[in-house]
Design a protein around this ligand. Structure first.
Ligand code: T1G
Ligand code: NAD
Length: 705
């Protein structure tokens, strides 16, 4: 075995030259990997003992693409490049076979497409996820993939960025053989067969019959643009992918490669790409808790108990059934239980109808679900997740009861949106086993999970819940105890600004347009119509009824989409918000009764009031240690509240604007609108004064060593 670089080595096995990469943790194609491959290919080419060449990666996966940590390097585009590696592969005079396991992604998949043949394990995944990093495949993916899959499928794969299975790749002609058992042995056998049967060196660049359809029907591109317009609003990379594939169809191969390269460089330099690459690492950073080491013991979660089969209880339950973990769900009445179980079954049935799961899956999952009317049914579960009404007394009663029922070591979790986990934990004899698990609605879809760490919550319980969260497909982020934790607390800051803007300056459609144009899926008032205006509304307990617009709407039965109207009207079966003149009159009347003289405000200032109030709240949250890092706040808002990922996240966005600029604007807005809540938070002032960013800020002193 000859070591060619710190990560690549070469040896000959049975007349086949094997290039082996070993670059933990995931064989990212760092510069030393690329250099090693180029040197190795030259060696294998001239090695008489090697009739063929196999590309193999040790460790958990084949190349998952370029090393994203290198993107910040100014010389990232200089040799050795992935394109350079692929030119050598494709141009080799001996058959080159890629042996794929784990995830062949991005530049890794492009490298495989440069090989003459590809074999894969059954569990392998293949894809071009570059669009999720704000870029496009830059090593020939947009030029070679359409030549195999055709233009439509290739565009779908690259603009979604989602991987396909080995089986789908085989069916699509992207993989030549699925290898059961030992991958390298299978690849060597395949290589020797290519040699012994003198099979051709299949260069994808040489075939373009799959491009004919698009050549004859260029409308395919505009049709595709229209089909993804809503989903990719604000993203730059999807359009760059389409333009590159247009080049693939209209230009000779090498010119198409250059066209792709130019578009790649353009994207790589874009603020969107930098923001999305920041977010890639922010998401992975949120998995690490400074004072909870990776090897902290965790408990097995094999049986789950859920209390309350309402909106959240049902969705939470489905997450575990989806992973074939049995769940016992407890309700107060048979009627409520049947309703809850019925909704779960209906959801699965509609998912099966869409072909996303099979009828057998539905049967299996429903067979793992048990309904009960007594908390005693939860005596032997490993974790209980409480999702009863948002009422502190009720939750305290429930926790007091389950403390006496559940076995030692059972984790007691609450899905409360706002309430104090420490107070709830104090109702039990085992506060170290109490934690908040704040799912987001719909709980079986939304990926965010705020893991609320109580003062007594043990590291073992925390580590167990982080691991469990990942296992059920959630992005778990640790937060501290305060009202509304991180996500809802910051949402509150934005809502207070939008409410004040409504009362003094603008109508729902104007305020929502600002939020929508910024990149959120919908504005504040449309979002409240979706959730229901009556959540937390108590007719008799509402203060200032005359000037409280939500109260005025609810008393008129305008509870949101569910009643066909709230801040907006909704046609039957439509979710499109339509402004309503009566609502606007209610708003004007409320201003008048409140003695407010309404005045114009610019869209820019509306945005600054809402977003900078959120930034201000984020600074307070960091200062109080409720979030461990600013990037955690960004992960929460992207996955829980639709913050546009191509803006990186709330604190990342603030850093781009400059905290000193934000402090200056907050001071102006606070004075101009006489709003003390817009007074810059002490931490924000401090960071701005020191010319620092949120990314510079790390506070760990509130965590025991
Ligand atoms: N570069 C650098 N580090 C990477 C990396 C990469 N491509 N992929 C993963 N890591 C690190 C990650 O930060 C983490 O580090 C550790 O590996 C484990 O990852 C020309 C230019 C491969 C499916 O977008 O999707 O090729 O936190 O925790 O959940 O067209 O990582 O432990 O310190 O995510 O098992 C395109 C990105 C690049 C794939 C594994 N490729 N990676 O998931 O582990 S652009 C991608 C992933 C490109 C070309 C262009 C996933 C994974 P740490 P992990 P995982
Ligand atoms: P819901 O009203 O839809 O359901 C609550 C269910 O709890 C009802 O079916 C009720 O019968 C049942 N219940 C009440 N007392 C019970 C008891 N003692 N034992 C067993 N079941 C009991 O409410 P929801 O929207 O699902 O909210 C539940 C919890 O989740 C609340 O704490 C809420 O703040 C939180 N939450 C809600 C959302 C959301 O968007 N709805 C999001 C995150 C968190």
């Amino acid at each position: 075995m000859k070591k060619l670089s710190q990560s690549v080595s070469y040896e000959v096995k049975d007349g086949v030259g094997v290039l082996i990469s070993n670059n933990p943790p995931v064989n990212a194609m760092s510069y030393h990997v690329r250099q090693g491959l180029i040197d190795g290919l030259e060696m294998a080419q001239s090695d008489e003992n090697a009739q063929a060449i196999v590309l193999h990666c040790e460790g958990r996966t084949f190349f998952p693409g370029m090393d994203i940590t290198e993107f910040a390097n100014p010389n990232v585009l200089e040799a050795p490049t992935t394109t350079g590696v692929i030119e050598k592969l494709e141009g080799a005079s001996k058959p080159v076979i890629a042996a794929i396991h784990g995830t062949a992604l991005g530049g890794g998949f492009e490298t495989a497409l440069g090989c003459h043949y590809r074999v894969a394990t059954p569990s392998a995944k293949l894809g071009l996820p570059e669009v999720k990093l704000g870029i496009l495949p830059g090593a020939g993916g947009t030029v070679r993939l359409p030549r195999v899959l055709g233009v439509q499928k290739a565009l779908e794969m690259m603009t979604s960025g989602n991987p396909i299975s080995a089986g789908q790749a085989l069916a699509g002609g992207l993989v030549d053989e699925i290898v059961e058992g030992d991958l390298l042995a299978g690849a060597l056998a395949f290589a020797k067969n290519v040699v012994s049967e003198n099979k051709p060196l299949v260069r994808i660049r040489d075939s373009d019959d799959k491009l004919e359809d698009a050549r004859e029907n260029r409308a395919i591109f505009d049709d595709f643009r229209k089909s993804i317009a809503r989903k990719t609003r604000g993203f730059k990379a999807p359009e760059a992918i389409i333009r590159s594939v247009e080049g693939t169809v209209s230009l000779p191969f090498d010119e198409a490669l250059r066209n792709e390269r130019d578009l790649f460089v353009e994207c790589l330099k874009s603020p969107e790409a930098k923001a999305q690459q920041y977010f890639f690492f922010a998401e992975r950073g949120a998995r690490k808790i400074p004072d909870v080491p990776k090897d902290t013991p965790t408990r097995a979660i094999q049986k789950v108990g859920v209390i309350g089969a309402g909106t959240m209880g049902g969705g939470i339950t489905m997450n575990f059934l989806n992973r074939e973990i049995p769940v016992t769900i407890v309700e107060t009445s048979q009627e409520a239980l049947d309703r809850g179980l019925g909704i779960i079954e209906k959801n699965y049935a509609s998912t099966a109808k869409k072909g996303r799961i099979t009828e057998d899956d539905v049967k299996t999952r429903m067979s793992l679900l048990t309904g009960a009317l007594e908390l005693e049914a939860l005596a032997d579960v490993d974790i209980v997740i409480e999702a009863v009404f948002e009422d502190m007394d009720l939750k305290k009663t429930v926790f007091e009861k389950i403390d006496g029922i559940c076995k030692p070591g059972c984790i007691l979790a609450s899905n409360t949106s706002y309430l104090n986990i420490n107070e709830i934990a104090a109702m039990t004899s085992r506060p170290q086993d109490v934690i908040g698990l704040h799912f987001f609605s719909p709980a079986n879809i939304m990926r965010l999970l705020e893991v609320v760490r109580g003062d007594e919550t043990s590291k073992e319980v925390l580590a167990t819940c982080m691991k469990m969260g990942a296992h059920i497909g959630k992005i778990a982020v640790v937060v501290g105890v305060c009202r509304g934790f991180v996500g809802n607390r910051i949402l509150g800051a934005r809502m207070r600004q939008s409410d004040d803007l409504l009362k003094k300056n603008a109508m729902p459609k104007e305020i929502d347009k600002v939020v929508f144009d910024f990149g959120f899926p919908m504005g504040s008032f449309a979002m409240r119509d979706l959730a229901g205006l009556d959540i937390g509304w108590e007719r008799d307990k509402t203060p200032d009824k005359d000037t409280n617009i939500r109260h005025q709407l609810c008393t008129r039965g305008r509870l949101g989409q569910k009643t066909g109207g709230g801040f907006y009207d909704y046609e039957a079966g439509s979710r499109v918000p339509v402004p309503n003149a009566e609502v606007e009159q209610i708003i004007l009347d409320a201003s008048e009764k409140a003695g407010v003289t309404r005045k114009e405000i610019s869209g820019e200032d509306m945005l600054k009031r809402m977003v900078y109030a959120m930034v201000n709240e984020a600074a307070k949250i960091l200062d109080e240690g409720i979030a461990l890092r600013a990037s955690h706040i960004d992960v929460i808002w992207v996955y829980g509240y639709g913050w546009p990922i191509y803006r990186g996240g709330l604190t990342y966005y603030a850093d781009q604007i400059g905290l000193d600029n934000i402090v200056a604007d907050l001071e102006r807005l606070s004075t101009e609108y006489n709003d003390p809540e817009l007074e810059p938070a002490p931490l924000l002032r401090e960071l701005a004064k020191e010319g620092k960013t949120f990314r510079d800020y790390v506070r760990l002193d509130h965590l025991e060593a």
